[in-house]
Ligand binder design. Structure first.
Ligand SMILES: CC(C)(COP(=O)(O)OP(=O)(O)OC[C@H]1O[C@@H](n2cnc3c(N)ncnc32)[C@H](O)[C@@H]1OP(=O)(O)O)[C@@H](O)C(=O)NCCC(=O)NCCS
Length: 158
């Protein structure tokens, strides 16, 4: 049987992440990063990102106060991920084959539901800046480079 077109697939379920989700989430995040963010970055940026997106690093942050959400496809694979520490959002990633289906919007809604009225910040990659703009974020300062990764500070006001 042919693989169904993306639009006809059931929407992935969005729920809080558990420690058991971390290996699958890290693998998906690193794959999307390699395809869509890493091209053009210096090796230092890739190394910095590998450390941030390591499965054990995800697990450790979950155990020490960060909150995270996953989007899980019917077959159990993690196809979306978002983390929030306080009011700062990071590692919002959607599997390249599942992008443009509203998954980031749903992950963002889950991430901000626990902090009503708060201004949410993010450091956006160049790739994600147009999507964050569509999600309501506004640029709050100039792009900066840290550890070989370049990002633009943005904020979402309630
Ligand atoms: C950025 C990213 C998370 C968006 O995920 P997504 O599930 O495709 O986003 P959604 O489908 O929920 O789209 C949200 C809005 O952004 C828009 N959008 C999504 N991707 C876009 C793109 N590449 N260019 C322009 N707009 C985009 C959508 O049209 C939608 O707006 P609308 O509802 O007004 O039409 C995804 O592209 C990704 O994982 N990118 C690579 C990793 C990355 O750079 N992450 C950010 C780390 S800071």
């Amino acid at each position: 049987m042919a693989t169904p077109a993306p639009a006809s697939r059931p929407a992935p379920a969005v729920r809080p992440a558990t420690a058991g989700d971390c290996p699958g989430a890290a693998a998906m995040v690193r794959r999307a990063f390699a395809l869509q963010v890493a091209p053009g970055l210096p090796p230092e940026g890739e190394a910095t990102f590998r450390a941030i997106a390591d499965a054990r690093a995800l697990e450790e942050r979950l155990a020490t106060g960060s909150r995270a959400w996953v989007a899980v496809a019917e077959d159990g694979r993690v196809v979306g991920y978002a983390e929030r520490e306080g009011t700062h959002l990071y590692l919002l990633f959607v599997h390249p084959e599942h992008q443009r289906r509203g998954i980031a919007r749903r992950l963002l809604a889950a991430a901000v539901a626990g902090i009503p009225g708060a201004t949410v910040t993010v450091h956006a990659t160049a790739y994600a800046l147009p999507a964050y703009t569509r999600l309501g974020f506004r640029v709050t300062g100039p792009a900066f480079t840290r550890g070989g990764l370049t990002a633009t500070p943005m904020a979402l006001h309630p």
